[in-house]
Structures are given as structure tokens and as C-alpha cells.
Design a protein around this ligand. Sequence first.
Ligand code: CAA
Length: 246
Amino acid sequence: MKKLALITGSKGGIGSAISSKLVADGFRVIATYYTGNYECALEWFTEKGFTEEEVRLFELDVTNAPECAERLSQLLEDEGTIDVVVNNAGITKDVQFKKMSLEAWRDVIDTNLNSLFNVTQPLFASMCEKGGGRIVNISSVNGLKGQFGQTNYSAAKAGMIGFSKALAAEGARSGVTVNVVAPGYTGTPMVEQMKPEVLDSIKAQIPMKRLATPEEIAESVSFLASDAAAYITGETLSVNGGLYMH
Ligand code: CAA
């Protein structure tokens, strides 16, 4: 029987690379996609050449707590168990704080941080009862160092780290590890939508002078999801080309 890994935001830049890597590692992936986006998700599934044994597409609005509770409980009934949860879904709404709307604040906190409650809470107890599991939360270098124009995003990404340490303490005795991968600037649509001059000035600050590839981020997730990482919990693994060393 293949182990099951649920990945939120699985067809995004980093999520897609994580999905491919975990499939290659031998997991069956439950790939969540945003409500109403089935056509896009199916296109992604087909382009990647996945089979239904490898990937199950799963509609989920990670900001909707009641929906997550209901659909994830049903998923547990269908599949029996979830071995790995990767909380990867995330958005940006970058703007200086003095101009930030309540909507831009709330949307980013809902999608990037409240989603951790919505998605993890319905699955965590069963992982503990089973006596093992892996939770990997995708934060950001900007949750560690802060970033001009990202008070909402930096707050959410820093919050993910506190959440992970606290949950790691609760899961440890049951063998459920909770860790964070904190990517730096990565070659994804999210980063590519930045103004070229702003991105150039950020690249100039990266000691390695280049963006990460999504595959480099996926390697760290794969490691933390593997048996090799059984004794690592509450940790944050930075993959940022030296942009921020802490
Ligand atoms: N530090 C200090 N001042 C800065 C600054 C910085 N890093 N960046 C811009 N400014 C200043 C400018 O010098 C300018 O000042 P003056 O008005 O005195 O000339 C002013 O801010 C410009 O402000 P505006 O609000 O008018 O600028 P804007 O609307 O054109 O852009 C912004 C604002 C969208 C926030 C833009 O600054 C930006 O894109 N910043 C980078 C945000 C970022 O890094 N996002 C990452 C997205 S990818 C991601 O998040 C993935 C991940 O995890 C890494």
C-alpha cells in the first residue's frame, strides 16, 4: 500500500514540484485545488502525465473551515489514513502597510495562516492515533526576515513557524513530526509577477545571485516527509541561497 500525502495548492509553482517529487518517492498524492478550478486542475494532471493511482485531484477551499472539516473527514473515511500533510497553498497581496486594505490583510492571513488550522485540524488526531505522520508547512524567507510591502504575508509566514513549533510539541510523543520549509525567492509565477526592477534588486541581495528552482524546494519537503527525518521536529529548514541566515 502506498503512503498518502495531501498537498494543498498542488498545481502552483512549488506545489507542482512537491507533487512530482512525492509521486517519485512512491507516495499517492491527494492534490487539492481551489473550488471551481477543476478544469485547470485536470489540465495540470494531464500535462504532468500523472495516473489516478499516483494523484487524486481533490477540491478544497483551504480558507473555508466548515468545508475543510467536512471534506477532510470524508477523505479520511475514504482513504483510511493520511501519512503526510504539506500545507503549501499561499497567495501574496503586496502593498505598503499604509495603503493596505482590510481585504488584502484578511485574504493573505486566511489563505496562508488560517488554512493551517482548517486543513491540519481534521487530520491531526488520526495521525496521532495511528502513531506517526509528517506535517510540512511551506513558509518563506520573508516570514523570518520581514519584507517591505508584505506585512500581511510576513505575518502569516512567521505565524506558520510558531504554529509548527507548538504542534510539534503536541505531536512528538505520537511520532507525528511538524516542520517548516522556508523557501527564498523561487522561480514561480508568484515571483515572476513582481516588477522586474524590484526582483532584480532582490536578486542582487542573494549571495547565490539566482532564484531557487521549485525542485530545490521540493527536495527539502521530500526529506522532511521521509523516514530519514524521523527525529527532526519543530525545525525550520531555510532554502534561500544565503539571503537570510538565522
Ligand atoms: N525598502 C525601503 N523602501 C522601499 C523598498 C524597500 N525594500 N522598496 C520600495 N521602497 C520605497 C521606494 O523607494 C519608494 O520610495 P519613494 O516613494 O520615497 O520614492 C516607495 O517605497 C515606493 O512605494 P510604492 O508603494 O509607491 O511602490 P509600488 O506600489 O510601486 O510597490 C510594492 C510597492 C509592490 C510593495 C513593491 O515595493 C514590491 O513589490 N516589493 C517587494 C515585495 C516582495 O518582495 N514580494 C515577494 C513576492 S514573492 C513571495 O512572496 C514568495 C516568497 O515567499 C519569497
